[in-house]
Ligand binder design. Structure first.
Ligand SMILES: [Zn+2]
Length: 118
């Protein structure tokens, strides 16, 4: 469990925890300047990250779950803590929040998906 968490949090290979998975560990930098590309294989142990063709399409399920999770958090914060009562404004806040989080959920989604199967 600790190994999985370290791999996800530190952007490392799930097998050896030494080589990077994404080129850069900053999801926003990686998304905007490198189109979210991942490395083909681990630079340390040569583990191929794409286990089969189209393997990372499945990470959309994780991405979706993360987006729902963050959407619920934004709702609770805006409704219960910030005391915003306009549901339209809350929906706008959730939409903007999820738009800003796209690189982060993309990044986490792929790392979590790979760790399910590696
Ligand atoms: Zn490795």
């Amino acid at each position: 469990m600790r190994k999985i968490l370290l791999s996800i949090v530190k952007n490392k290979c799930p097998k050896c925890l030494k080589g990077n998975f994404f080129i850069y560990s900053n999801p926003y930098y990686n998304c905007f300047f490198h189109r979210g590309e991942i490395l083909k294989k681990c630079s340390n142990c040569n583990f191929e990250y794409e286990l089969e063709p189209g393997f990372f399409w499945g990470s959309m399920y994780v991405n979706y779950a993360l987006s729902v999770f963050f959407g619920i958090i934004i709702f609770f914060v805006s409704y219960f803590i910030l005391k915003i009562e306009s549901i339209i404004f809350i929906i706008i806040l959730i939409s903007l929040g999820l738009l800003l989080l796209i690189p982060f959920t993309y990044y986490l989604g792929r790392l979590i998906w790979l760790n399910f199967f590696a």
